[in-house]
Ligand binder design. Structure first.
Ligand code: GDP
Length: 447
C-alpha cells in the first residue's frame, strides 16, 4: 500500500513553545528535504538547517531529520523539521513545504498511513490517540500497553483458537464417512468451553480498559440541603482533584464537575428534573438526564432527614449505574465513618463538613474506576472493542448451539467465521473505509 500524496502538518500543539515540529510524509519527501537542506540528507541524522522560503528569505533555523521508508512512523519517507515553537514561523515553514509539493494532512492521517502500511494495527493506532488524550496516569499507562500490543496479542490468540476450532469442524464435515462422529467428540465441547472462557476473560479486561480510558462517570444526586455541593467541594479540595466548570446557562441543572485521577464527578440537580416549559431549562434537563444515563456510578447523598424522599430518588436512578448511598453529616450525631455493603448498594457514612470518612468514598470510587485493583497488565480499550467482542460472544454461542442442538456443522463453522470477523474488526484486519474515517477523524492534526 503506498500513497501518492505527500502530506504535511504542524505536529506540535498550537501556541508558543520552545520547539515546534512540522512533519511531512510521502514520496516527495526525499526531494523536498534536499531542497530545504541544500543537499541530500543522511538517514536519521539531525542536520542543522536554515529553513528559507522560495525567495531565499530565512524562516527559522532548526533541525532536519530524514527517516527513509520503510523505517519511519508511517512506513513512508518522512522528514521532521524541528523549528522554534513560534506559530508564525511554523505556519511559514508549513506553507513552504506545501509550496514544494505537499498537501495539508487531515486529522489522524499520519496514523492512518502507519496503519495502512502495516506499521501498527488499528487497536494500536487508537491507543496512540488515547495516550495523547489520557487524563490520568493510570489511563496513560494502560494506553501505552495497548500501543505495545498487549491487547492486540490477546485478540490474536483468541482468533487463532477460533480458527483452530473452525478448521476442526470443517474437517469433520468434509469427511462424513469417518467412523467416529467428530462433531460429537468431547474434545470439541472442551474446545468451545475453553474459547468461551478465554473470550469472557478478554471481555472483562476490555471493559475495564474502557473505564481506564474514558474514566468513570459519577453523578451526585440528593434532596436539597442533603449536602451535595458540600460533598463535591470537599472532594474538590483533595490534592488529586481538578475542578472545571461545565459551561452552560445560569439555570443549567448540571452545576459543577470535578475530576479525580480520571474520575469525573458531576452534580446533577434532581430538583431540576421536573417538566419545564422554558427552552433553556429544557436543555438543562435534557443534559441532566443524559448525564444520569451515562453514569457508571450514582451517589445518592442523604442526611437521613427524609428517608421516604430518598427512596423515591433511589428508584429514579439508572439501573445500569452502581449505587453508592452516602449518609452525610455524621458530625451531627458523632457517628464514626463506616462502609457497609447492603442489598440496595454500598452505604457510606461520612461528613462533608469535617471530612471524616471522605477517604472511604475516594477509595470506593478509585476501586470502581478499576485503578486501585488494575492488574499490572491492564490495557486501554474503547467501546467499539467491547461491542466487537460482544458480537464475537453471540456468534460463539450460536455456533455452540448449532452444533449441540442441531448437529449443524456448517452453520457452526459459519458462526465461527462471523466471530473471527468480529475479532478482526478490532485489530483492523477487516475494516470499512467508513469505520477508518470515523476512527481517524477523532485524532489531532499532525498525528
Ligand atoms: P445541597 O443542596 O445538597 O447541595 O446541600 P449543601 O451542600 O448546600 O448543604 C446544605 C446545608 O447542609 C448547608 O448549610 C451545609 O453547610 C450543611 N452541610 C453539608 N454537609 C454537612 C455536614 O457534613 N455536616 C453538617 N453538620 N452540615 C452539613
Amino acid at each position: 500500500m503506498s500513497s501518492t500524496d505527500t502530506i504535511a502538518a504542524i505536529a506540535t500543539p498550537p501556541g508558543n513553545g520552545g520547539i515546534g515540529i512540522v512533519r511531512v510524509s510521502g514520496p516527495q519527501v526525499p526531494r523536498l528535504a534536499q531542497v530545504l537542506l541544500g543537499r541530500r540528507p543522511r538517514a536519521r541524522h539531525a542536520h542543522l538547517c536554515r529553513f528559507a522560503d522560495a525567495a531565499g528569505e530565512p524562516i527559522d533555523h532548526g533541525l532536519l531529520i530524514h527517516f527513509p521508508a520503510p523505517h519511519s512512523f508511517t512506513g513512508e519517507h518522512v522528514v521532521e523539521l524541528q523549528a522554534h515553537g513560534s506559530p508564525v514561523a511554523l505556519r511559514r515553514l508549513l506553507a513552504r513545504v506545501v509550496e514544494l509539493g505537499a498537501r495539508h494532512a487531515r486529522p489522524g492521517e499520519f496514523s492512518e498511513r502507519a496503519f495502512l502500511n502495516g506499521r501498527l494495527d488499528l487497536a494500536q493506532a487508537e491507543a496512540i490517540a488515547d495516550l495523547i488524550a489520557a487524563g490520568s496516569e493510570a489511563s496513560a499507562r494502560a494506553a501505552m500497553r495497548s500501543l505495545d500490543g498487549v491487547f492486540s496479542q490477546q485478540v490474536h490468540a483468541l482468533t487463532e483458537a477460533t480458527i483452530r476450532l473452525r478448521v476442526w469442524i470443517e474437517a469433520a464435515i468434509d469427511f462424513p464417512e469417518e467412523e467416529i462422529d467428530f462433531l460429537a467428540a468431547p474434545a470439541l465441547a472442551g474446545g468451545f468451553a475453553q474459547l468461551r472462557q478465554q473470550l469472557a476473560s478478554l471481555l472483562a479486561d476490555t471493559r475495564r480498559g474502557v473505564r481506564l480510558n474514558d474514566g468513570l462517570h459519577v453523578v451526585i444526586v440528593g434532596r436539597p440541603n442533603a449536602g451535595k455541593s458540600s460533598l463535591l467541594n470537599a472532594l474538590a479540595a483533595t490534592e488529586r482533584a481538578i475542578v472545571t466548570d461545565i459551561p452552560g446557562t445560569t439555570r443549567d441543572v448540571l452545576r459543577e464537575t470535578i475530576d479525580i485521577d480520571g474520575i469525573a464527578l458531576t452534580l446533577v440537580d434532581t430538583a431540576g428534573l421536573r417538566e419545564a416549559e422554558d427552552r433553556v431549562e429544557q436543555e438543562g434537563i435534557r443534559r441532566a438526564r443524559l448525564e444520569l444515563q451515562r453514569a457508571d456510578v450514582a451517589i445518592l447523598v442523604s442526611d437521613d432527614d427524609d428517608t421516604d424522599a430518598d427512596r423515591v430518588l433511589l428508584t429514579g436512578l439508572p439501573a445500569t449505574a452502581t449505587r453508592l448511598l452516602v449518609h452525610n453529616k455524621i458530625d451531627r450525631t458523632a457517628a464514626a465513618p463506616d462502609r457497609q455493603v447492603r442489598a440496595d448498594g454500598t452505604h457510606l457514612w461520612l461528613s462533608a463538613r469535617t471530612g471524616a470518612g471522605l477517604a472511604l468514598l475516594v477509595a470506593e470510587l478509585t476501586r470502581l474506576a478499576g485503578q486501585g485493583e488494575a492488574p499490572a497488565g491492564s490495557f486501554s480499550a474503547r467501546a467499539r472493542h467491547v461491542a466487537a467482542l460482544e458480537r464475537a460472544a453471540l456468534a460463539l454461542e450460536a455456533a455452540e448451539h448449532a452444533l449441540t442442538d442441531a448437529r449443524a456443522g456448517e452453520l457452526a463453522a459459519e458462526e465461527l467465521r462471523q466471530m473471527q470477523h468480529a475479532l478482526g474488526e478490532i485489530t483492523g484486519e477487516f475494516t470499512s473505509e467508513d469505520l477508518l474515517g470515523r476512527i481517524f477523524a477523532d485524532f489531532c492534526i499532525g498525528k
